[in-house]
Design a binder for this molecule. Structure first.
Ligand SMILES: [Cu+2]
Length: 147
């Protein structure tokens, strides 16, 4: 039984890169969380998965926020009104923003695998939150959903 479990684990580990999934996050003027939102705003994926940010409405982009990604993770900066795709190779929590709407707290959270860096993220969100004029508690609500 134990050996079989081990072998299954090994098989799953070996096949994981082949099963990398793809996810879509919409960039919207209005969504369940209010105006100027990413949807879903909090998304849990597996390490190695790809997330596509699609411009459902106009005038949005998605870009990583310096200091709010796992150690060694690549940054990204989407062009306004264009789809941008990001493959999450490092485990942990990523906070990203829509640059034109940072002031409205148009931000989102990705979790690849386990949220191993959640404490560091929470300790470093101050400068980003200081830019919010509206929806000031939005990012805290999102981070509270991360388990
Ligand atoms: Cu936006």
């Amino acid at each position: 039984m134990k050996l079989k479990t081990l072998m299954m684990s090994a098989l799953i580990a070996l096949s994981a890169p082949l099963m990398a999934a793809e996810h879509t996050v919409e960039m919207k003027n209005v969504g369940a969380d209010g105006t100027m939102v990413f949807e879903p705003a909090v998304l849990k994926v597996a390490v190695g998965d790809t997330v596509h940010f699609v411009p459902t409405d106009a005038a949005h982009n998605s870009e990583s926020v310096p200091g709010l990604s796992p150690e060694g993770a690549a940054s990204w900066k989407g062009v306004i009104n264009q789809k941008v795709s990001v493959t999450l190779d490092k485990e942990g929590v990523y906070v990203y923003q829509c640059f034109p709407h940072t002031v409205m707290a148009m931000v989102g959270v990705l979790v690849a695998g386990e949220p191993t860096n959640l404490d560091a993220i929470k300790a470093n969100v101050g400068p980003l939150k200081a830019k919010f004029a509206l929806n000031k508690d939005r990012l805290d609500k999102y981070l509270a959903q991360v388990k």
